[in-house]
Ligand binder design. Structure first.
Ligand SMILES: *[C@@H]1O[C@H](CO)[C@@H](O)[C@H](O)[C@H]1NC(C)=O
Ligand SMILES: *[C@@H]1O[C@H](CO)[C@@H](O)[C@H](O)[C@H]1NC(C)=O
Ligand SMILES: *[C@@H]1O[C@H](CO)[C@@H](O)[C@H](O)[C@H]1NC(C)=O
Ligand SMILES: *[C@@H]1O[C@H](CO)[C@@H](O)[C@H](O)[C@H]1NC(C)=O
Length: 227
């Protein structure tokens, strides 16, 4: 869908606009569609490797980088790609254990590691079990082969009613777009170049520099890292 371009100013603008257009459409459908009372059960995404980008509502790219996801263990590693620098995420390296509600912020250059507790274990690669099915949409063309993408959209509320989310997934349950709207900020996540395997399982192991770390602070959720 979205082609990531090298960071020349023109392409940054183009890419941001494309993302923004996709985002507006996504938001519109999610907020206006009447919820479908079908007996859809949220699916769970498979093991994946891919790229994830994070943008806020001002159109600023907050992070872009590679991720690895273990769907059974609910483990996610995200490392920002420093060849695509953004203001907030330079050198960002996160390892998240959603079942345990723990997140490690790793700094390999500095050989340091911070362990944080997550109050809200919602995450961008899975549909929560209590999500509500919104609808199935055809992005692009439904009738021209290879020119469309059929997506299932889900929405729900975050813990303590602190916000809302909307997630769209392919028919095979690959998350494509995720939108989070909270009182203080909103984020749009987008996945590209997804493959159905964990290419480097070691990325999902706690690095030695993080061993024996005590929880330093509790944050609301992983997206505090992108504020
Ligand atoms: C997903 O990855 C984990 C960790 O590498 C592995 O234990 C599990 O078997 C994988 N699941 C599938 C369905 O491949
Ligand atoms: C950084 O991003 C480019 C594409 O934008 C990709 O080719 C490259 O492999 C990425 N590097 C890492 C370390 O993820
Ligand atoms: C970084 O921040 C500066 C000042 O706030 C802004 O002008 C610039 O566009 C930002 N760059 C990126 C890549 O977001
Ligand atoms: C190294 O880590 C410490 C503590 O985590 C941090 O305060 C400091 O800014 C880091 N230094 C560099 C060069 O990243």
């Amino acid at each position: 869908m979205v082609v990531y371009c090298h960071l020349t100013p023109y392409f940054v603008t183009l890419w941001t606009r494309t993302m923004y257009a996709a985002f507006m459409l996504f938001l519109f459908v999610c907020m206006t569609a009447t919820t479908n009372a079908d007996h859809h059960q949220p699916c769970h995404s498979p093991n994946m490797t891919g790229f994830m980008s994070v943008m806020n509502l001002k159109g600023e790219v907050k992070a872009f980088g590679a991720f690895a996801y273990d769907s059974m263990g609910k483990k996610l590693r995200f490392r920002s790609n420093d060849s695509q620098p953004t203001n907030t995420s330079q050198g960002l390296d996160l390892l998240m254990f959603f079942d345990e509600g723990i997140m490690y912020e790793i700094d390999t250059k500095n050989q340091s590691c911070e362990k944080k507790a997550l109050q809200c274990t919602l995450h961008p690669l899975d549909i929560p079990d209590d999500a509500t099915f919104v609808s199935t949409i055809n992005s692009g063309s439904a009738s021209i082969e290879g020119e469309g993408l059929k997506l299932n959209m889900w929405k729900g509320s975050m813990a303590d009613n602190k916000g809302h989310y909307c997630i769209s997934v392919t028919m095979g349950c690959l998350p494509v777009n995720m939108f989070y709207f909270t009182e203080s900020s909103s984020f749009f996540f987008s996945n590209t170049d997804v493959e159905l395997e964990i290419k480097d399982p070691d990325l999902l192991l706690v690095p030695t520099i993080c061993h024996d770390q005590a929880v330093e602070e509790t944050v609301y959720s992983f997206f505090n890292e992108f504020m």
